[in-house]
Design a protein around this ligand. Structure first.
Ligand SMILES: Cc1ncc(COP(=O)(O)O)c(C=O)c1O
Length: 455
């Protein structure tokens, strides 16, 4: 590791976080009068107040106090090229003057669909919606409508957006989660027990218990929903053994395999499923395919997609949506995905490898116990070296050792005050706008944070 470069100055004055007299603190107070918590996304809140953004360029973002940072969140992975990529900006500007939304299909929708169908291995046909949540909602409805069966299986602790079925047991508490080998189906607040009754929950990567649970459902199983790289389990990859078991059981009972690649599409140029060598029946997508504008999509086998959605064949599953495939998002998505060619994918993946190597070296030099996870442009960073193989192990670890959360907060604040915006739960998602020097700077700044950890 080289010596600490000063790519970005340390935040000072009211720009230092947290600061009672910062403009962000004032905006937060003002916002709280009209929005509970001061914004409308829990995922962008952090205490005592989140910094409010003003603008971004390339790999950098600026906050309301004028502080510049390297953006390692990239809007929860959706900004594959960072901020203000010239081709995307031009596409949006041109499209905005022509047509933003319209109650007719457009050619731009065909172009993005063609690119994705050609690039993503298991997708023969596709339909667009407006978020990953919606994509998962439709993926689940499609699996149920096609199979004529009610039950969905999902992994405990895996986040699949906020649609009711998808949200079952995405964050269950110990008082309700039941036995580890047969997790209870816990509806999230606002969902009924009836929603959870049609969901079974699998312990992550547990082949024997997973098999037993799926066999218990048998011919009532519509689909198993899997995220190939579960972000909120620390970018935990689904193992080949677990995948194999799921495929065997689905083959035996006739259910469908649904992949949630809303986040993990970044895992492979031809899709996460191609990297894992799997052909799911249905895939939910979102984030990067919209070029920074709101998007979701479901795609998969042509016979399933046609049987459910083709109006020429009766369209068994209704799929409207005022903003579906709006030409503005289609234009942005097309520009982004064209620019994200194989060369860009490989370069970005190498930068992710460089970051993981730098973070591991930082842990070694600082002599701090930690774990670096992830693949391609997605990296997890945890201040514990203990096993974190599933949701319960992670919850138990965090509950038993409060220093882990305290230390993680220290790293997050240190980085925030030295020009790096990482995910507060311990992750970095890179964009193609980032440079090697910036990646090295992130690792070096993390080393400086580790050297001043609280005990
Ligand atoms: C795996 C996964 N599925 C679904 C979603 C929901 O996507 P959206 O936030 O676009 O609704 C997310 C969002 O982070 C996700 O990570």
């Amino acid at each position: 590791m080289t010596s600490l470069t000063t790519l970005l100055p340390a935040a000072a004055g009211t720009g230092a976080f947290p600061h009672a007299h910062s403009r962000s603190a004032a905006l937060h107070e003002r916002a709280r009068a009209v929005m509970p918590g001061g914004n409308t996304r829990h995922s962008v809140f952090f205490p005592p107040y989140p910094v409010y953004a003003t603008h971004g360029r390339g790999s950098r973002i600026w906050d309301a106090d004028g502080v510049e940072r390297i953006d390692c969140m990239n809007n929860y992975s959706s900004l594959i090229h960072g901020h203000g990529h010239p081709a995307i900006v031009e596409a949006i500007q041109q499209q905005a003057t022509r047509l933003t939304s319209v109650a007719l299909p457009t050619e731009s929708e065909i172009e993005l669909a063609e690119l994705l169908v050609e690039r993503l291995d298991a997708i023969e046909q596709i339909r667009f919606c407006n978020s990953g949540t919606e994509a998962m909602l439709f993926a689940i409805k499609a699996a149920r409508a096609y199979s004529g069966r009610p039950v969905i299986a999902k992994v405990e602790g895996a986040y699949h957006g906020s649609a009711e079925t998808a949200a079952v047991s995405s964050q269950p508490g110990p008082s309700r989660w039941g036995p580890a080998d047969s997790p209870a189906s816990v509806p999230d607040a606002g969902s009924t027990p009836g929603v959870a009754a049609d969901v079974v929950v699998l312990p992550m990567n547990d082949v024997d218990n997973g098999r037993r649970i799926l066999r218990g459902v048998g011919s009532r199983l519509a689909a198993v929903v899997l995220d190939p790289l579960v972000k909120n389990l620390g970018f935990k990859p689904v193992t080949q053994e677990f995948l194999q078991m799921v495929r065997e059981e689905l083959q035996a009972c006739g259910g469908l395999l649904v992949f949630d690649e809303v986040y993990s599409l970044r895992l492979g140029f031809h899709g996460a499923h191609a990297t894992l060598g799997v052909q799911p029946d249905i895939i939910a997508m979102g984030k990067i395919i919209g070029g920074g504008l709101p998007i979701g999509a479901i795609g998969g086998r042509a016979d399933i997609m046609t049987a459910l959605f083709d109006p020429h064949a009766g369209a068994r599953l209704g799929h409207a949506g005022t903003f579906n495939a709006n030409p503005l998002t289609m234009a942005a998505g097309l520009a982004a995905m064209r620019a994200f060619d194989l060369g860009a994918f490989e370069r970005l993946s190498a930068l992710g490898d460089r970051l993981r190597k730098g973070l591991r070296e930082a842990l070694r030099i600082a002599d701090v116990e930690g774990t670096v996870t992830g693949a391609t442009s997605m990296t997890g960073f945890f201040l514990s070296g203990k096993s974190m193989s599933n949701y319960r192990e992670i919850a138990a670890l965090m509950g038993a050792d409060p220093t882990i959360a305290r230390r993680a907060e220290h790293v997050f604040h240190h980085l925030l005050n030295h020009g790096v915006y990482m995910g507060s739960y311990g992750f970095f998602v890179l964009s193609t706008a980032i440079t090697e020097a910036e990646v090295d700077y992130i690792a070096e700044t993390t080393l400086a944070a580790l050297r001043t950890l609280p005990t």
